[in-house]
Design a protein. Structure first.
Length: 205
């Protein structure tokens, strides 16, 4: 793709770095912005700079937030004795969209994957252990992707939590093996949360 302007080319290259955005789509974005008022373009760019510079992570669950405590953790109407463990913020959004869960969350920031060089120490597992140890948690729901890495992480968490007086459950297998939560439809995901089963039943006899 040839450009008559190095400035246009640089802008296209930046947009093309976004997931799922090809160079033709990136060019459409750039040409659209080029037609906008300078104040609109400034507001567009300022929005992302403000997000990057001011966004925080919840000190309780590690969710992205505008303050030290996210709206979910700050909501006293939620059941704080119920903690749903997920991989990242996209899973929180997916579960919240089902309107079937009223507990709080704990975001690991990934799953154990030796092939990718991700071990337990790279995740927020220890804060979860501390939360269970010192908090009022009665049940931990493991809602990780149904992949080998997800199952490995589930088992690791189960072994870590087994020394505490807390129930450990996992979402029902309404989610197909190999699927990630963010791609599950809301009805299936909602039922998987509601029909969760004790993790012990997932283990080989």
């Amino acid at each position: 793709m040839d450009f008559s302007s190095r400035l246009i080319e640089n802008a296209v290259n930046e947009f093309a770095k976004l997931p799922g955005v090809g160079r033709k789509t990136a060019l459409r974005f750039v040409l659209y912005l080029l037609k906008q008022d300078a104040r609109e373009v400034a507001r567009f760019s300022d929005t992302f700079l403000k997000m990057k510079n001011e966004l925080k992570y919840c000190k309780c669950c590690h969710n992205i937030s505008d303050s030290d405590l996210c709206e979910i953790c700050a909501n006293q109407k939620r059941d704080h004795s119920l903690v749903c463990v997920v991989e990242d913020i996209r899973d929180v959004m997916a579960i919240e969209n089902t309107h079937q869960y009223n507990g709080i969350y704990h975001i690991l920031g990934g799953i154990i994957s030796p092939m990718d060089g991700i071990g337990p120490d790279d995740l927020t597992i220890q804060p979860l252990i501390e939360k269970v140890k010192h908090g009022r948690v009665k049940e931990v729901i493991m809602a990780l992707s149904t992949t080998m890495e997800g199952d490995t992480t589930n088992f690791y968490l189960y072994k870590k939590l087994s020394e505490f007086n807390v129930s450990v459950s996992t979402i029902a297998r309404g989610i197909a093996i190999g699927d990630e939560l963010e791609y599950a439809d809301e009805v299936t995901l909602g039922r998987s949360i509601v029909n969760r089963t004790p993790y012990e039943k997932q283990l080989p006899a």
